[in-house]
Each structure stands twice: as C-alpha cells, then as structure tokens.
Design a protein around this ligand. Structure first.
Ligand SMILES: CSC[C@H]1O[C@H](OP(=O)(O)O)[C@H](O)[C@@H]1O
Length: 363
C-alpha cells in the first residue's frame, strides 16, 4: 500500500539482492524507519520485539530469515537450526509455523549449493502469495459492506476493527482492512471505529496510520468503548483479523477480540473474521483448549510509548510503582460467536464444514 504516494510492501529484499528490508513498526506512526536485516538473529529479534508483527507478515519475514541463515551456512544442520530458532520467536500465529514448514519442505532435499537461491525464491513466493491472497480477501469481503451500504444510502458504513489487520500485518493489502480499502476505493462511504488495542496500541498507532494514509475516515476509541457503540447502533459490522483459526472455526486473535464478539452477539452486530489459508490450523479443533496464548512482558502493560510534544519518542510508566502486571497477548473467540469467515477463496461459516467446503484438499 502507499505511504504519501510511495508504494510499499511490509517486507522486501534490498537493492543489494540479499539483505531484507522491513518497516520498523515500533517507530510508527511517528517515524518511518526502514530496517535492514542481515542475518537470522536480526530477523528473530524483529519478530520478538514486534518491529514486524501480524500473523502473515511474521511468517513471510521468518521465511527470509531462513534464506539469510543459509547464505552463511547452507548445511542441513544450519537449515534445521534456523527453522527451529525462528519457530520459537512467537507461539500463537500459525503462519510462522506454516511458512517455516514450507521453507523446510522446499529446501531439505536440495543440494546445499542450490539452497540459497531456492530459499530466496520460496520466500518471495510466500510473500507474493500473501499479497495476492489478501487482495482476494478484500474482494470477498467487499459484498458484505456493499449490502450494508445499500440499506443506508447516503450514510457511512460503520465498521469496528480490533488491533491491526491491515497491510502492516501482512505483506500487502491486509486482511480485515482489505475489504475496507476496496470499499473505500469503490466509493462506498466507510467509517472505521479503530480500537486502540492495549497494551501495544496496534490500532491507535498502526491501523489509524494506515487508514489515514489511504484517506479512510476513522475514529480511534478506547478498547472498552466498543460495546457502548454497538448498544447505540453505531456499529454496522465488526471485521477483525486472526492469528490462528482451528478447523472448527475457533479464532485466536489479539486480546480483547473475544469481548468484542460477545458485545456483538448481544447487540445483533455481525462479527466477521478475515484470514488467509496460511492462518488455518487443521491440526487443532478446540481453540480455547489447544491454541498456545503468548504471554508477553509486564512492561508492555505498565509502560506506554508515545511521542512528546517536542517530537521525542519516549516511554513512561502508567501503572503504580511495584504493581505486577499480566500480559496475555491473545484470546480465543469460539466459533459460535463468529458470523462468518472471509478468505481468499470466498466466505464461509465458522465451522469445519464451512472451511472444508472452501478447502476440500485440507488434510
Ligand atoms: C492479519 S493478522 C493480524 C493479527 O496479528 C496481530 O497480533 P500482533 O500485532 O501481536 O502480531 C493481531 O492479533 C492481529 O489481528
């Protein structure tokens, strides 16, 4: 997508032909820092520290991390080490495992001399697949917004979203935001309620940044405002992204998503989840029982990073000194609270039958 007229993806190979470029998302929206990653350890740090984040994006960046590792050592042991190390950076998003398993399958049986070129080609294929997949998610979600617009001519369609599931969470276009961009570009009046998304504020910092750069009307709200907005008829539809969907349609996503789904159900607001094929975990049925929930550091809750009036990026403590904090980074919304899933292959019910109808080849 574009930033001030310049097209970007969220990950790409540098002009030197081998190092990897990312936008440092811990500095957005205040600074546009293009980081250059030169080995797998820097890639691992970028994922752990959330310089890059978002389920599809961390998978794509980890794939390039394997390519960087093989540049230094193309042995099978080095390949296995890189896959294992990168796979441990974050536990919830299944796209990380999907991408690394795809890289291992492509490279393991190749002669070492062929592995580096093949690794870069496969990482690019993963990135290109994600971009095209996300574009199609937009096409398949667009009718939902058109239908609402047709019921309220001349008024904006009010969409509530949680966290950042835009192009900054993917290689390009986004998942939950992809239908919103396509609706906006088609001239459908759109307004987005942007959950700030504590504690890392991906909504206030990243979703608001993206929507603003694309000219989409939006309002940042406290996470706890969503239920009130729904009670007062100010939300026509919720669309969120996800880090892992089970084969039965349970949805792991940023902490707070489950509460939004409960409020949506209580107020008769459709609650849709947008996802690419790489986010489906066919091996898991019960999301609440089986999806590992990342526990991140307490400082993300007790401290807050922002820009001072004179332009400095600072971190301050907002919690009482000495108070401990817990920081589960995701929760699981049971399929029964999900109106439907928007994928690159179409829309379906949040159920095993729905998913297998779109992915009949699934294991
Ligand atoms: C399109 S996946 C975006 C998904 O990833 C985010 O988590 P994080 O920012 O911690 O990587 C969040 O759950 C988004 O919905």
């Amino acid at each position: 997508m574009k930033i001030d007229g310049t097209p970007y993806r969220s990950v790409w190979v540098d002009a030197d032909g081998w190092s990897v470029r990312i936008l440092d998302q811990t500095r957005l929206p205040w600074q546009l820092d293009l980081l250059r990653l030169t080995d797998e350890d820097q890639v691992a740090h970028a994922i752990r520290s959330m310089q890059v984040r978002g389920a599809p994006l961390i998978g794509a960046v980890a794939a390039y991390g394997v390519a960087l590792a093989l540049r230094a050592d193309a042995s099978t042991a080095a390949l296995d080490r890189a896959v294992a190390m990168l796979g441990e950076t974050r536990p919830t998003a299944i796209n990380l495992r999907w991408a690394l398993e795809r890289m291992r399958a492509r490279l393991h049986n190749l002669p070492a001399a062929e592995r580096v070129a093949a690794a870069y080609a496969e990482a690019l294929a993963i990135a290109d697949d994600d971009a095209e997949t996300c574009r199609r998610i937009g096409e398949n979600g667009l009718p939902l917004l058109r239908e609402i617009a047709a019921r309220k001519p001349g008024e904006a369609v009010n969409v509530l979203t949680h966290c950042n599931a835009g192009w900054l969470a993917t290689v390009d276009y986004g998942t939950a935001l992809s239908p919103i961009y396509q609706a906006h570009d088609a001239g459908i009046p759109i307004h987005v309620w942007v959950d700030e998304t504590r504690p890392r504020n991906q909504g206030a910092a990243l979703t608001a940044f993206e929507l603003g750069k694309h000219g989409v009307r939006h309002t940042v709200v406290a996470d706890n405002a969503g239920g009130h907005l729904m009670q007062h008829g100010q939300v026509d539809i919720c669309i969120v992204g996800t880090d892992r969907v089970t084969r039965t349609g349970d949805v792991a996503n940023k902490i707070g998503t489950y509460l939004k789904a409960l409020a949506a159900r209580d107020n008769g607001v459709p609650f849709w989840v947008a996802l690419p094929h790489s986010t489906i975990d066919w091996r898991v049925a019960d999301g609440v029982a089986e999806i590992p929930i990342e526990e991140r550091g307490a400082a993300e809750v007790t401290d807050l990073t922002g820009r001072t009036a004179d332009g400095r990026i600072e971190t301050v403590r907002v919690a009482a000194e000495g108070s401990p904090a817990a920081n589960p980074a995701f929760d699981v919304t049971p399929a029964r609270l999900v109106s439907g899933l928007i994928t690159e292959r179409g829309r379906c019910a949040a159920s095993e039958a729905g998913l297998r109808g779109l992915y009949p080849e699934a294991p």
